[in-house]
Design a binder for this molecule. Structure first.
Ligand SMILES: [Zn+2]
Length: 447
């Protein structure tokens, strides 16, 4: 059991009141999600939409939703006021490419996933989800878990107030070819020996992809994820080479869109990026080897790029130290700089870029570390913030719910010390997290 989990269970035993320093409790387990009513006095407010920074502003949240934002908001009696006048308040952050169920520790031996029980993996995921929320990410897209539908079960626990974590959209399982980037093959182990629940999305041909895509949606997936090209952290695949055909990708896109869902396409390869855009993907994950035509096509088709330009550093240092397979390290190194150049090109071109980091490949607590790299690579800090707030909300189909401090959306806020527009790395040290009007973390509390 994780320390964090133990903490929350202890909190549940003591009742919901964990910390009452400001008259408002920090939330424990179980709780009623999106039930909070409170007013937040913000020293500075970045709302996730505009370029303006508002000073001395009050955000009023009632029953989990923002009902008013302004200097002269009248706070109804009985609603507590949280004083963040010494902080910069922002919308809760959005991670577009998370793997909440898994952590980096198992990447030196993928066959460990063959043995771990569903309940143990779920328990791990609960811990990672809590860490993700405490890092300031109040919404995430979970783009695949090795155990099919495991993230769906965690999503449902969080939505029911039985676990602590971000709002989640989950992909169900990886839609991938046999031996592809989402198929958990390990050299020396026959494919028949791999547990079936790890291979639920392995398909070949448009018809089989269509069937498995529909089954993912019928099983509760919020979006679909295809592995269009080879992957870095998988045996045998070549990131620069296509794995799925355009017809296969299109078959999945059709199923997703018919159900009102989005399609996220993993594509490192120059060709796969373009094929996925033309086949109907809504976001391109990684986009490492994107060229000018790809950048142009993405913009033209209103497809967002979710480029994980931080984790290459982690893989090359920590992954190497932990003894990850040499094949993974080599493939990573070959892509890092190309992907960052592609990011610069895409930003210059005005192609939509959303904040997607592949967290889980590196520790979930470090989810905000990519902001620094994005700004170093030329992105304006305000654009980097919008890439993790209002813009991804749009690509999740959740613009009415999250991603901005705006009337009608959920009361999801974070507070940081200092000014992220001056120093983007202050986002790596989130002091307070409010989700649905409930306080999950407050200044001075380490959870
Ligand atoms: Zn990933």
């Amino acid at each position: 059991m994780t320390t964090l989990r133990r903490f929350f269970l202890a909190a549940a035993v003591l009742g919901v009141l964990v910390s009452c320093s400001a008259g408002v409790p920090t939330v424990g387990l179980p709780h009623q999600p999106d039930s909070g009513s409170l007013a937040v006095r913000c020293g500075r407010l970045i709302d996730g939409l505009s370029d303006q920074v508002l000073e001395d502003t009050i955000v009023l949240i009632e029953n989990g939703h923002i009902v008013a934002v302004g200097k002269d908001v009248v706070v109804p009696s009985g609603i507590p006021v949280i004083d963040f006048s010494g902080y910069t308040v922002l919308p809760g952050l959005i991670e577009m490419h998370a793997h909440v169920m898994e952590g980096p520790d198992q990447l030196n031996d993928l066959s460990a996933y063959y043995k771990i029980s569903r309940e143990d993996q779920l328990e791990e995921g609960r811990g990672y989800a809590a860490v993700t929320l405490m890092a300031g990410f109040t919404s995430v897209r979970n783009l695949g878990a090795y155990q099919g539908f495991l993230a769906r079960d965690l999503r449902d626990e969080i939505n029911g107030g039985q676990a602590i974590g971000p709002r989640m959209q989950v992909a169900g399982y990886y839609l991938t070819i046999p031996g592809g980037g989402g198929d958990l093959v390990v050299p020396g182990i026959p494919q028949e020996a791999i547990p079936a629940e790890l291979r639920m999305g392995v398909s070949r041909g448009p018809e089989e992809f269509r069937r498995k895509a529909q089954a993912a949606i019928d099983g509760g997936a919020d979006l679909l994820k295809v592995i269009a090209s080879g992957a870095v952290l998988a045996y045998g695949g070549v990131p620069g080479e296509p794995e799925m055909t355009p017809e296969e990708i299109r078959a999945v896109a059709k199923v997703a869109h018919a159900a009102g869902k989005k399609l996220a396409a993993h594509a490192h390869s120059t060709r796969s990026i373009k094929e996925a855009i033309l086949a109907g993907a809504d976001t391109i994950e990684h986009a490492s080897l994107i060229d000018e035509e790809g950048v142009r096509l993405a913009k033209e088709h209103d497809v967002a790029l979710s480029m994980d330009i931080y984790n290459g550093d982690y893989i090359d240092t920590e992954g190497r130290r932990q003894g990850w397979p040499q094949e993974f390290l080599d493939k990573n190194l070959a892509l890092v700089e190309a992907q960052r150049k592609g990011f610069e090109m895409a930003y210059r071109n005005g192609t939509p870029i959303v904040y997607g980091t592949d967290t889980g490949v590196y520790p979930h607590a470090d989810g905000a570390k990519q902001f620094r790299v994005m700004v170093e690579r030329g992105m304006k800090p305000m654009d980097a913030i919008r890439a993790a707030t209002s813009l991804p909300a749009r690509y999740m189909g959740w613009s009415d719910r999250v991603g901005a401090v705006q009337q009608g959306r959920f009361g999801d806020l974070i507070a940081v010390r200092g000014d992220p527009l001056e120093d983007i790395t202050v986002l790596e040290d989130v002091q307070a997290v409010i989700k649905g009007g409930l306080i999950f973390k407050r200044p001075g509390e380490s959870r």
